[in-house]
Design a protein around this ligand. Structure first.
Ligand code: ZN
Ligand code: ZN
Length: 568
């Protein structure tokens, strides 16, 4: 009976005929057998549950082995009501103080996000075991209560790798990446595993801290985890976010022919945001050759590569294949890519038509794409429509107002510029201050527009002036139009452009690093067109590779050319 689960399943109907009331252990075996057939991550609910109900129908009373099996079925919020009814049965049959049942209930409530009940049961247990502590810890993290989780973590009488990994993951997920790395460095008593490392890598990627990311990579190499596909995917993602697509490519190639869709997707998306559109499409074909089935995220990467590369007909074809060949219905991100694709290519009307025909309510990103598309192609009327929607959705976001006023500036509609400014003032909308960061010898330096606070700012300005004079000799002319809104009129417009935070960061890096070294800058806003021109020239005149991560994408300036082909 216990030997082969498959046999049990086959025997199941016969059992009903032979023994109308088989014993509970047989039923437990039957229930358990159904688990092994389903998908491992999410067992099918109906088969084991119907076995349980049949058992009850035959008048067999469950025991404390039965309930933990059944509770395993209800680990997502939409099944919470079923989990609760099993909880009632546990009461009814008097197993509420049974350790197995208690632990399973805590786990179930915690996975379903009901931390009030999970915690209540947990507090009722005398000397809870480590899995119960971990359940509570991960439960808090799942619903975003990281501080509560930390409290639990600090109170735990012992911790294992699950506790450490979950806590590090919690910090990394909520964007508190410094804390994630601190905790990783203080990890003791357990050895990091692939899950720990993937959270650590995610933290490094979010920080855009290449040095720390490379340290983590060293640790991974020393501990022979590089070929683990979860870790490799984390590495690819980290290098992509830290601006080093070459290192990401190395990791991917070292991984060898993989069948893991996550690794492929990380690489494909990375190529897309780094502007390697053609390589991205090529890799997608390689993926299909290997018979790896793309998922919805893979298509987000692929379509955004088409958008960034201006590949309209390819993008349309992939969008079509995604739906018809792979049966993936488009989500808001896919529509976003398509709108972006059309907007960037100047097909603003087509973008608009797509938005109107979408079965999903367009979000801020979609209106934002339409706005910047209309803006690049001077369609003032479309801009106004898009901004109306944006302000409706996010009345306090300054980005849209700034873009709109720039459109009016370019169109020479000064009265409207003033109206937008007054509107911002009246509504109390504050402009998000732009800043750029650069890491030198492991120390992060932050510059704002017209910075006065950096300790070496005088030297930076001297260096920047020197750089800009050199560029002028090479034919640089400031693109003053975009900055008008940022400044008081009397200030020298071109001088003000010189003081943009990304220029300061690059000047500082040139001052502090050796000839020919790459420079990596992170900016919180979109890079302006003047800085874009300047970066291209600096990369050529000073023979430096400059990588700027702005809020949208990466720009890799090399020998006077940017990887985005001036299309961003
Ligand atoms: Zn700028
Ligand atoms: Zn660029």
């Amino acid at each position: 009976m216990r030997s082969q689960s498959k046999l049990i399943s086959q025997a199941h109907p016969t059992l009903n005929l032979v023994h109308p009331t088989p014993e509970v252990f047989i039923w437990n075996t039957i229930i358990r057998s159904h688990f092994r057939h389903g998908d491992r991550s999410l067992p099918s609910v109906s088969a084991p549950l119907s076995a349980f109900l049949r058992m009850r129908f035959h008048g067999v009373n469950p025991d404390f082995y039965t309930f933990p099996f059944i509770l395993q079925l209800f680990q997502i919020p939409s099944y919470l009501h079923l989990g609760k009814s099993i909880h009632a049965q546990i009461h009814h049959f008097g197993f509420v103080r049974n350790r197995f049942c208690q632990t399973s209930l805590i786990n179930m409530y915690s996975n379903c996000g009901d931390m009030y009940l999970a915690r209540k049961l947990f507090d009722e247990i005398n000397l809870p075991d480590l899995p119960s502590w971990n359940s509570i810890l991960t439960g808090y993290i799942r619903i975003g209560l990281v501080d509560n989780a930390r409290k639990v973590f600090d109170e735990m009488p012992e911790r294992n790798v699950v506790s450490w990994s979950s806590m590090i993951d919690g910090y990394s997920r909520c964007g508190d990446c410094e804390k994630a790395l601190q905790l990783f460095n203080s990890m003791e008593g357990s050895k990091p595993n692939e899950f720990t490392m993937s959270s650590v890598l995610s933290a490094c990627g979010q920080l855009g801290n290449l040095d720390k990311g490379m340290n983590a990579h060293d640790y991974i190499k020393e501990n022979d985890m590089e070929n683990n596909v979860i870790v490799a995917t984390g590495l690819i993602d980290m290098y992509v976010k830290c601006g080093s697509i070459d290192r990401a490519r190395d990791v991917f190639n070292k991984l060898g022919p993989t069948e893991d869709v996550m690794a492929w997707t990380a690489f494909i998306s990375g190529l897309a945001i780094h502007g390697c559109s053609h390589e991205c499409l090529e890799q997608f074909n390689n993926m299909l050759v290997r018979e790896v089935r793309p998922n919805s995220v893979t298509f987000v990467g692929l379509l955004s590569a088409c958008a960034h590369g201006g590949l309209v007909s390819e993008g349309e074809a992939y969008f079509d294949r995604m739906m018809n060949e792979f049966g993936i219905s488009p989500r808001i991100q896919h529509y976003g890519c398509m709108v972006d694709l059309y907007s960037r290519a100047g097909l603003v009307r087509r973008a608009w038509d797509l938005v109107l025909s979408m079965p999903i309510e367009p979000d801020v990103l979609i209106w934002g794409s339409l706005l910047s598309g209309s803006r690049t192609h001077f369609d003032v009327e479309m801009c106004e429509k898009a901004i109306g929607k944006l302000i409706e959705l996010e009345p306090m976001n300054s980005g849209a107002y700034v873009l709109l006023s720039n459109v009016y500036v370019k169109a020479g509609r000064w009265k409207d510029v003033k109206i937008v400014r007054d509107l911002m003032k009246a509504k109390g909308v504050k402009k998000v201050q732009g800043y750029s960061m650069v890491d030198i010898d492991g120390v992060r330096h932050r510059f704002v527009v017209g910075d006065e606070s950096h300790p070496e700012i005088r030297d930076v300005y001297v260096k920047l002036d020197e750089i800009m004079m050199k560029l002028k000799m090479e034919g640089y002319v400031g693109d003053v139009k975009e900055v008008l809104l940022d400044l008081d009129e009397e200030e020298g417009k071109e001088m003000a452009l010189w003081r943009h935070s990304e220029k300061l960061a690059v000047a500082f890096a040139i001052l502090k690093t050796g000839e020919g070294e790459s420079i990596r800058v992170m900016k919180n806003l979109r890079i302006c067109s003047d800085c874009h021109v300047a970066m291209k020239m600096i990369s050529r005149v000073f023979n430096r590779e400059i990588i700027v991560r702005d809020c949208n994408r990466f720009h890799r300036f090399c020998n006077g050319i940017c990887s985005c082909n001036d299309f961003w």
